[in-house]
Write a protein that binds this ligand. Sequence first.
Ligand code: GDP
Ligand code: IMO
Ligand code: MG
Length: 431
Amino acid sequence: MDNRVIIGGQWGDEGKGKIVDALGEGVDWVIRYQGGANAGHTIMRGDEKIVLHLVPSGLLREGVKGYLGNGMVIDPWALRDEILSLEEIGIKVRDRMFVSAAAHLLLPYHKRIDEAGESQLKRKSIGTTGRGIGPCYGDKVARTGLRVGDLLQPNENLERMVIEKVLEANERLSALYDAEPLPASGIAQELVVLAKTLGPMIVDGYEALAGVRRGTESALFEGAQGTLLDIDHGSYPFVTSSNATVGGAMTGTGLPPRCLGEIYGIFKAYCTRVGNGPFPSELLAEEGEDLRRLGGEFGATTGRARRCGWFDLVAARYSVDLNGMTGVVITKLDVLDGMSVIKAATAYEYEGTERMTFPARAGDLERCKTVYREFQGWEKPTTGCRSLTDLPARARQYLEFLEQELGTHIIGVSVGRGRDEMIWTPEGIST
Ligand code: GDP
Ligand code: IMO
Ligand code: MG
């Protein structure tokens, strides 16, 4: 078995899509297991940029099968559009992607409630992607949701169920948010049409993943969001509504722990966060803007400017420990190429004392100040580097320091957006 789980180590957008694509050659399955179209995973096919929200990044590789697990929330409109736009550029999806019947259906009212809820919170808002994620998972947990398998019902039943749900949601929208109602029968009719397109892809997850369970088929698990956005282990309430940590790969597929294999965490060589919530190593004003410009840090889903800051080792160690990461990949090293000084937060200062552990409570994290270690920049391009010895000595020293502090091997370093702009270091960095 050669299975691997790819997990965001920070606040999302670490480059998971690129790494899944880079590791996807020859795997049987690439599996998404949590989240929905809030994810935006960017892959380069030559010079062409492809952003995926629901479809697993591994599908850019021929012969790979894709799977959307029961832990996901799936907007059928978004899924259809994504499939069609991939097919337009010659990437076949329909005959090799499967969707768990137990995944939840994300319907237009979830998005409307997400938006209305956020605008009611005003300055206290979470800064969601507006994709309806929280309300859909809310319905799942409240046991009032519809599931992908419901699309397989006879048209009249499906139509009736959807109309009922939309009318209920309209009451909620009007009572809580004074918002306009949605057209119930129009939505139901559209969904009946969508069910025809998506129906052939719907499967029973236990059966579909039998080969992975038996160990005769390999799987690459593609996490969405990041550890610090996990609903349980992130800085609640400034989190997403699913388990972005390793447990999500099990509950979100129904596969047992022995199927996971290696647990790889993806970390940028610095940090970013989209949306609101504490971010101890954030750089404000010009410094933050410089990093944003150099890293092209604008959201792949919403286009929002990402908040930028230095690598946070306190948060990263938490991430490594929480997920039991067996290796990490550092991405976007090249973004730091032009910097004369690079910093990494090694500890927090909390109420006058030094603190080495990450407080997941948002209120406590908000009060943490960072203690930095400074590095002299290497000020040389790294994008052309393909081995450790190609890297400038100072870049290697920075990576060695990160590896020692993280306590796990750096198994790869990404030095550009392209699939091959990678240095693989299976033995780690430190000599
Ligand atoms: P994901 O959500 O974790 O898949 O990450 P995103 O796709 O949202 O954001 C990562 C961005 O960084 C994308 O625009 C990638 O093309 C880009 N990227 C990934 N790795 C590298 C790298 O090593 N160097 C540079 N310059 N860009 C990278
Ligand atoms: P990928 O998979 C970065 C953030 C939002 C917001 C919070 C809750 O591309 O790394 P939600 O819409 O999920 O209810 O928003 O989570 N967020 C992400 N940030 N990358 C993502 O996905 C994200 N998905 C959600 O900005 O702060
Ligand atoms: Mg992203």
